[in-house]
Design a protein around this ligand. Structure first.
Ligand SMILES: [Zn+2]
Length: 258
């Protein structure tokens, strides 16, 4: 029984952070629980730092986490937790694209902060960043939507702490069908502040992504696309089985040539 529990723990930590399972395995060499937890924390920290150096060898780089929550530049990670869990890695191409996009948005609307939510793990093509099945090659990332209150843009703020799960409600043609990743999380919705979507910035962001040849596709829920009046051909519906995209926006690089 103990071995099964340990197995689940290692698997869970691996799927959550990619390196957590290895850190836990290392900690098992300690006889007492407190020592084990201490070695786990230390191993995790060392492995986390090592990723910053090792991931570029395999073609992924970390999106910088300093400044998270302090809005020091046009692009930032939404949450330090995403960084701590190692979910902020992308290919150098995608990093450059995100920086370019955020800079353009800030040029058009001074003070605009573009925030990245989940990206990818540091290693291994094909290893998905659950629950995002497609975030497995460093070429995909999720962006927070832009919000406002009483018509005023809220720089660096999202309705939910992680940027996910605070859905903008609207009509949908999706039937309620199992299995699905299309969670509604109705029980959570009342907890989030009632910010409104910033239609101007969101529309401009979509136009910037449309104009960038590096970008292949963008996923956003059809009712939001209709609401803000965007009709860029790169904006697609992700399908009814995938997660809702009216709490965030997903983008991915265009396929490589050849
Ligand atoms: Zn995504």
């Amino acid at each position: 029984m103990r071995y099964i529990l340990q197995g689940f723990l290692i698997l869970g930590l691996t799927f959550l952070t990619q390196i957590g399972g290895v850190a836990w395995l290392l900690s098992l060499s300690m006889p007492r629980r407190t020592l084990r937890l201490a070695l786990f924390a230390l191993s995790y920290l060392v492995l986390w730092a090592a990723c910053l150096w090792l991931a570029p060898l395999g073609g992924r780089v970390a999106l910088p986490c300093h400044g998270t929550g302090h809005a020091t530049g046009p692009l930032e990670m939404r949450s330090w937790l995403t960084c701590a869990l190692n979910r902020n890695y992308v290919t150098p191409d995608l990093k450059a694209t995100l920086e370019r996009t955020a800079q353009t948005m800030q040029d058009r609307h001074p003070g605009t902060i573009t925030q990245v939510l989940d990206a990818n793990f540091p290693f291994i093509d094909g290893f998905p960043l659950l629950p995002h099945l497609s975030h497995k090659d460093g070429r995909k990332a999720d962006l927070a939507l832009y919000y406002m209150r009483d018509g005023q843009y809220l720089a660096g703020k999202t309705r939910s702490p992680l940027g996910y799960f605070a859905f903008q409600q609207g009509p949908s043609d999706c039937p309620r069908k199992w299995p699905t990743l299309r969670w509604d999380m109705g029980w959570l919705q009342g907890l989030f502040p009632d910010y409104q979507l910033d239609p101007q910035r969101t529309r401009d962001l979509l136009a910037v992504l449309q104009a960038d040849p590096a970008i292949g596709k963008v996923f956003l829920e059809p009712h939001l696309v209709a609401e803000i009046g965007a009709n860029e051909p790169k904006i697609r519906f992700q399908g009814c089985r995938a997660a809702r995209h009216d709490d965030h926006l997903h983008l991915q690089l265009a396929p490589r040539d050849g």
